[in-house]
Design a protein around this ligand. Sequence first.
Ligand code: ATP
Ligand code: MG
Length: 363
Amino acid sequence: MAKEILLTGDRPTGQLHLGHYVGSLKKRVELQDNPNYKLYVFIADMQALTDNARDPEKIRRNLIEVALDYLSVGIDPNKATIFIQSQIPELTELTTYYMNLVTLSRLHRIPTIKSEIIDRKFGESIPAGFLAYPVSQAADITAFNAKYVPGGEDQEPIIEVTREIVRAFNSIYGDILVEPKMILSENEVCRRLPGIDGNGKMSKSLGNAIYLADEPKVVQKKIMDMYTDPQHLRVEDPGHLEGNIPFIYLRAFCKPEHFAKYLPEYDSLEAMENHYQKGGLGDGKVKKFLNAILQEELEPIREKRHYYEAHIDEVYDILEKGSIEARKVAQETLKKVREVIGIEYFQDTTLRQMYHEKYKEVK
Ligand code: ATP
Ligand code: MG
């Protein structure tokens, strides 16, 4: 049976953080081991340039940081193909054809784009490439015939545009592109992990993240500074869970065995939450518990990262090999696309044939 294709990427605008980890990276590692799937993972450097064109050095430096993050969480280059978007020029050509199948007003209406335009303070000066990045994302996905895209909630409206492009393309030119579906985390909190300040989602561009590469002290400090419940002044005061960042993170990371190990007075998160709501459980204790859990989760990732940092040539080799392999697949798709659009002029003999026939008749 042919394997189902999974594809997903990240923008090299910074190191990867806990939001990426729970929203997408964990799922990738799990699925790469499933023999029914083939995983492609790519670093979307061209997409990152759409809002960072004036700071290419940031993208260049973070590209390798993201690759280190991939390898350190366990994405395995022997199972998955890891590649760099800009090394596959076929993607750009596909983007050009897809650009004709979507309107500017549709792109403006994408909720994720709308909020990113505000976050990035573009005002009226939106780079055309930025507005069109969902189209380039459609090219990334379809070039590899990806059926599934594991990602966070913010990707859903963008994947919807890919589906619209695919449907338009297939109905006009012939049924050759695969319509993708998103794979969202089963845990709702993980689909859009909030930032440590409680304002919006954790994001590289907003400076509100715990990075996978953060040293233990930095992680601890970020946890201790986390936004909780401003009305919960004394330990005995009743606390609120809504918007309470340490509790939201506990919902994302805490497993039953963590209680026995670090906080045996509770047997579940619900019991802990109830106590907090009633009063009598201090924020410091909650944060300490979260710190123990996150340090345990991040330690092996950090260690693996140190290995790859010390063997950086291996990382560049993995990226180069992956990009060569991925390019071959994209070339095949592009060839089919050009054929069905009818622009493979020198291989397509049907029109010439018509002239040959006509000329024969005249003779
Ligand atoms: P940027 O600020 O540059 O857009 P980002 O932090 O949003 O960076 P992306 O590279 O845009 O990260 O996202 C890569 C993948 O990680 C996407 O699938 C996205 O949905 C997912 N993701 C990003 N942030 C979160 C989050 N806070 N919670 C869950 N998933 C997330
Ligand atoms: Mg993003």
